[in-house]
Design a protein around this ligand. Sequence first.
Ligand code: DGJ
Length: 742
Amino acid sequence: MPVIFHEDSRIFHLTNDYVSYLIRIMENDQPEHLYYGKKLHDSDGFARFHEEDIRSHMAIALPEPSSLSLQYARQEYPVYGSGDFKMPACSVLQENGSRVMCFTYESHRIVSGKPSLKGLPATYTESGDEAETLELTLRDRLTGTVLMLSYTIFRDYPAIARHAEFRQEGPETVMLERALSACVEFPDMDYELLQLSGAWGRERYIHTRPLEMGLQGIHSLTGSGSSHEHNPFIALKRPETTETTGEAYGFSLVYSGNFLAEVEVSTFDAPRVLMGINPVNFTWRLESGESFVTPECVLVYSDRGLNGMSQAYHALYRKRLAKGYWRDKARPILLNSWEGAYFDFDEEKILQMAREARDVGVELFVLDDGWFGNRNNDWSGLGDWCCNMEKLPSGIDGLSRKIEDMGIKFGLWFEMEMINKDSDLSRAHPDWLIAAPGRFESPSRHQHILDFSRPEVVNYIGDLVSDLLRKSRISYIKWDMNRYMTEPYSAGLSASRQGEVMHRHILGMYSLYERLTTEFPEILFESCAGGGARFDPGMLYYAPQAWCSDDTDGWERVKIQYGTSMVYPTVSMGSHVSAVPNHQVRRITPLATRANTAYFGTFGYELVLGKMPEEELAEVRKQIAFMKKYRSLIQIDGTFYRLLNPFKSNEGGWITVSPDKKEAVAGFYQRLNKVNGSFLRFKLAGLDSDTAYSVRFNVCGEEKGYTAYGDELMQAGIVVDRHNLDRIGGDFASIVYEIAAV
Ligand code: DGJ
């Protein structure tokens, strides 16, 4: 039983082979947090974790002589107003203007499996014995507002999924002003806060800082995406935690809109972690009988370092967040038209690109932006999802058939939530934009956001896209999103509901994903947001892969994919080989390096193959054959380990190892070449110490290799010969090692 209830002490023990999480119902009937971390033997004495003392200025939560104070008790879902002075998990404005609430225990239920979250993406189970869920029902007696705290503990993962649900069962209308998904309190502050932050073209770089008393955290207010700037993820790690050893706690929000991830350390050295929808510009009106569900927050604990934490997220998100036809399938190798053609194409050029792709072994041709409406640049056309017949006279149906007849699949780009003012849709429905009355409508990339908080707008776009998909042969959709939300206001909502616009917009976007993935279950969706502004678990639920970044440079991608792997599995990372000089950083990296990086993702190309010399095309053919051989291992079956941190040194490295440890592929990457440099030792991980492996690698077409035991490869490492790096090109050289048990 993963959820044990000690009736006498009113303690819930959520546990599996890896973790324990302890909740106690205190004397004042509020839930207290007792422990979260490595698995503990069950005991009926866990109440000893409760700390209580009489301190100056403290308010008492019960009639005196009690000394229970909410300022010092660790809480599961703290509310401001009754003695707790740290940031709260929720704030509820009542009709009399008060925000004082007191949610006390009413009942609980323990269910096998995991109930779904209405309208929201979430992890799931496929059978009842995979997880158990504790639902704690609390009530504010005065207003009749019910708060349900949900905790799912998975049998096979060191993971707990949490969310909250508010139900207004009293007669009055209340206003949620803050409704976070999870709060976890820790007893000591000897941690570093790890976050994935950056900007367009350099998303999800790893940053760490020591915890300090007071507030620290990250957030997004960009509305339409979780953002380039901060990923909805943080971890607390011990200062001594490495990639392979030590403790780390991950907090990952399954949400694609505004979020807050905050750690407040009290002056008693106790951190409180809060995560959920950003309360800025958020309110939610709850009338009698209505309810509100928060997004899910997935907690992972590891005592095997950051790799242990990441591997738990990879496995859970790969198998029990991503869903549908493509979940367990290796992904088609694609060629995307964007960097090769941008807006400048006609049917003949597209067919030519597709033919060239087919000839080297590519399996899917993707037509990116520019195929619809009056779309010859990014000033016009968004919203008019009908083929531009001047450019593509056979229409999308005709073009898709011609490409399928060549023997490869066809995919298409959309940006469904967006609109250009220069479009037929905008002229027909000028009020369908998100815009505040009387205010300037800030353009961004010359475009605006369709108001997806209105179901009629979502339905209109859904019908248009669905019709096109039904008539054509489309196997893949790239769903892009290229601007953040400003002036959030919906003409479809009353004044008292304007605080709901941004969340309702995200719910509308999710509902369209739900509709299209249900109607077209075999279409592979790749989410994208001007690169990686929406690389989050919410999107992964609908689209099992996401474009990592618009930066396709071979070395930059080592950093981006390394950071992304902190939470997200390689199979989710859209990664392409592009032309040199690279379009984002103007850098020239070896073709081998561009592929060696892209292998650890979905793999594809984004260039004009016809412009490449024959010897490069021969290399491309070999790259595609390599990926076909290893993609099941890299994307579906293998366990991924980060080995060399490109943020900390001149080198980056990683490895994917098969479950039986008989096969592995490792990537080694160097940034700049060193003059008269030393040889390096590339230490692998995840292999079997007692197994002998053949290690094979390629240096400029020459096959090299040797045999060594796993212990040697992991403890002494592969000697990376500098002469090989020189031959490969010096700067930005890389080597992929194929490892197989002999
Ligand atoms: C931004 C994406 O990240 C690119 O890959 C490309 O699809 C462009 N948008 C098209 O406008």
